[in-house]
Each structure stands twice: as C-alpha cells, then as structure tokens.
Design a protein around this ligand. Structure first.
Ligand SMILES: Cc1ncc(COP(=O)(O)O)c(C=O)c1O
Length: 422
C-alpha cells in the first residue's frame, strides 16, 4: 500500500548529520578506514558523578511534571544566574528530551517566518518546514566569519516586513565555530528590538568557547523577547541522555503555557532518571567545572591544529573560536576538481568514497548546491584516552597532534594528498 502522507513530510529526508554518521560507521564496519569529520558529538566520557546519579536513580519510575522536576528547574535557573548572569527563575525553565525537540515545538507554536543566517545548523529549516513555516535565509560572509551582521539582519527584516518574525541564532556556532562578541550581539539586539523579532538563542555550545570572553548572548541585550536553549549534550558530553532545556522570559509567558500544553500531549515529561542526572550536573557544577575547562583546552588545541592544516593546504577557513566545528571551503580549487565536480555534495561523495574522508556539504547548511564550503566536526578521537593523557596547561605543539588525534591527522594528510594532485 502507498499510504497518503502529510505533504509537509514528503520532502523531508533523514537529518544530514545523522545520515553521514550512519554511512561513515557502516563503511568502518565494512573495514574501510574512514576519517570521520561528519558528526558533531562530544568524544569525552560523561563525568562520573553524572553517570552515578543516573544509576542511583534508575528505580524512579513515576512520570514527572510536564515542565520538569521542580528542584531541577530551580537548580537550572540558579546555574544560569551564577554562571551567565541571566535573570530567569524556575517558572521560566522547561526541560525536554534534547533542546532539538524544544526548538521544534517552539517553532511549531509560534506564528511568523523563521529567519536563519546561512550557514546555520541543519535542523532549523526542516523543523520549520515541517510546520509549513517559511524559512528565510539571511546572508553572511566568510570575511566576517559567517556571523550575522546587524546591517544584513536589518535589510532582511525590512524586506520581509512581517508583523511577527522569529530569528534563531546559535552561538558558539555550528557549523562555523564562530563566537559572537558582546558588541556584535548588542548591535543585533537593537535590530531585533526595532522589528520586535522573537529570538531563539541556541546556546547549546555555551561552555565550549576558547575566547575566554564569556558567553555573548542576545538575552543580555534583548531579554524580553529572547528564549534561550541549552542542555547536556555538548559540554557535559551526554548527547545520548537526551536532556535539553529552554528558558522563556515572563514577557513570553504565553509561549511557556502553550509549550507545556504541547509537551503534555506529546512526550509528557523527560525520562525521570535523566532529570536526576541533570540535577547533579547543574546542581553540583563545581565538581564538573574542571572537566569543562580541560575538554575546552583539548578542543581549542585540536581545532587550531585542523585550522592551520586547512589554511596551509590552500583552503579558506575562518578561525574557529568555539564549539567543535569549522567551515573550510574549496573555492580556490573550483574548476580543477576531478570528474568535473561542481557541487558540494559531489565533492563530499568523492572524498568519502575515494579518500575515506567524511564531511558535510554547505548545502546542508542553507548554502547553494554549488557552494564549495564543507563542515568539519573535529571530534574524531578517543576522548577517554586523550582526556586521561592530556596534561592541563602544558604547551603542546602541532607535532603532538598525532599522539592525540591520529585519525584527524590522517584525514588532513589525505586531504592534502587529494589537493596536491589537482
Ligand atoms: C546548533 C545545535 N543546536 C541544537 C542541537 C541539539 O542538541 P540536543 O537536542 O542534543 O540538545 C545541536 C546538536 O547537534 C546543535 O548542533
């Protein structure tokens, strides 16, 4: 039988990041040596006290309140107050099975088109499209590290001219590793206020920042209309626990009310033992702080290593300053690529099939098919082993990279080999 499907799902394909991961793992299983720059997941083990909290609470079988365990909501609000200076209280916090789901439900309930900088994370567009929402890309430039500028946002918001618009801004950024400065955020906030834009500030990488300047957030400059998201997937290394959170200001309390209703009619509440693990993570953050500090140091080193290698091969690539991604492009090699490759997808397939290098094409991040940018996730290493051998504060040089990140070094060597033959 050919069931009739909702027309909004007909064009939906599996998320690009998840499918490249499956393909790369499949190739590996079949004995192919793959350097996997395709999937962004923390390689580090989850801090032991979080794991212990999960084990200790495995007997908890009751459904929890829709919004989340009350003491957890308190602890999250205090954590964000102390660590980030945010002014949310527990009634502003809601938890979900990953921030991805909370973003989806929020896009679902909000009217108005979605503005996304290009490039942006793969899932925003499909999530909005699933609800029939118009997705409007706002251009950025490589020269500005693909960061959205106030001028460009102003131009686009003016052009769209919709009464209610939603902007989603991710900082530190996937796919570019860019980190906004306070001044940049302040300028963007002025434009958002002028157009009364509702902002979803995706701060899932908030604690993976190598600038040391602290998180520049839209919330600081436009608190009345900014919804902040975060979770345990990245800095706490617990993506598979599926724990995300969202903080919604009082001024948008109708969003919170509606979100709670949707949650109550869909996933009901986050898995109970996971909420107790989150209670440990956010409530006992001082015990986890050293882990975050050390893992950031490792990410900084590995990202800077990859960046230097890419630049020395002749790729263009803004320097990453946070998260664990970067966005090099092959524009300098256009016209010289084998098999008359003209698209990012063609390039990535060639590199995966012929060189065992897994990358994601720019077209998965709202760039045109002919764009030769690719997203690199710099996490293909054994996090447990690297974490145990890494000496904090020690000045490592690029010669040390192979000791810690052999797959990534091999991936760079292969890429260099490919480019040198062009
Ligand atoms: C930019 C960005 N936002 C949100 C998410 C979703 O994270 P989670 O649903 O695990 O909280 C991810 C995960 O890859 C991401 O890269």
């Amino acid at each position: 039988m050919n069931p009739a499907l909702n027309p909004l799902v007909l064009n939906l394909k599996e998320s690009a990041t998840l499918s490249i991961n499956m393909k790369a793992l499949e190739l590996r299983k079949n004995g192919k040596d793959v350097c996997h720059f395709g999937f962004g997941q923390s390689p580090f083990p989850i801090p032991e006290n979080i794991q212990q909290a999960l084990r200790d609470n495995s007997h908890r079988k009751a459904y929890l309140p829709t919004q989340g365990l009350p003491e957890l909501l308190d602890v999250i609000a205090s954590f964000y107050k102390k660590e980030f200076g945010y002014n949310f209280s527990s009634k502003n916090v809601v938890v979900g099975p990953g921030s991805k789901e909370l973003i989806f439900q929020t896009l679902y309930l909000l009217e108005g088109p979605l503005l996304v900088p290009s490039p942006s994370w793969v899932s925003y567009g499909p999530q909005a499209a699933l609800r029939g929402k118009k997705v409007i890309q706002v251009e950025t430039s490589r020269e500005n590290s693909y960061k959205l500028t106030a001028d460009e946002l102003d131009r686009m918001a003016h052009k769209v001219g919709h009464k209610q618009m939603v902007l989603i801004l991710n900082n530190p950024n996937n796919p570019t590793g860019a980190v906004y400065t306070d001044d940049e955020m302040k300028e963007l906030a002025q434009i958002c206020r002028a157009y009364n834009i509702i902002v979803i500030s995706d701060e899932i990488y908030a604690m993976i920042d190598y600038t040391g300047n602290g998180q520049a957030s839209m919330y600081k400059y436009f608190p009345e209309n900014t919804i902040v998201t975060g979770g345990m997937s990245k800095s706490f290394a617990a993506g598979g626990y599926r724990f995300g959170l969202m903080m919604i200001p009082d001024e948008l309390s109708q969003v919170m009310d509606s979100l709670k209703s949707i949650i109550s009619e869909t996933f009901s509440s986050v898995c109970a033992p996971v909420q107790y693990a989150a209670l440990e993570a956010y409530g006992n953050f001082d015990s986890i702080r050293p882990f975050i500090k050390k893992t950031c140091e490792i990410y900084k080193f590995s990202s800077e290593y990859l960046h230097e290698r890419f630049i020395s091969m002749g790729l263009n690539c803004p320097k990453p300053e946070g998260a664990f991604y970067m966005f090099p492009d092959f524009e300098n090699f256009k016209g010289r690529l084998p098999n008359n490759i003209m698209t990012g997808v063609g390039l990535c397939s060639h590199l995966l099939n012929e060189y065992g290098i897994a990358l994601l094409p720019g077209s998965d991040f709202y760039f045109p098919a002919t764009n030769m940018g690719v997203r690199v996730a710099g996490v293909d290493f054994d996090g447990e082993d690297v974490y145990s051998r890494w000496e904090e504060g020690k000045l490592y040089g690029s010669d040390d990279a192979v000791k810690f990140f052999p797959n990534m070094v091999r991936g760079c060597d292969r890429l260099k080999g490919f480019l040198s033959e062009l």
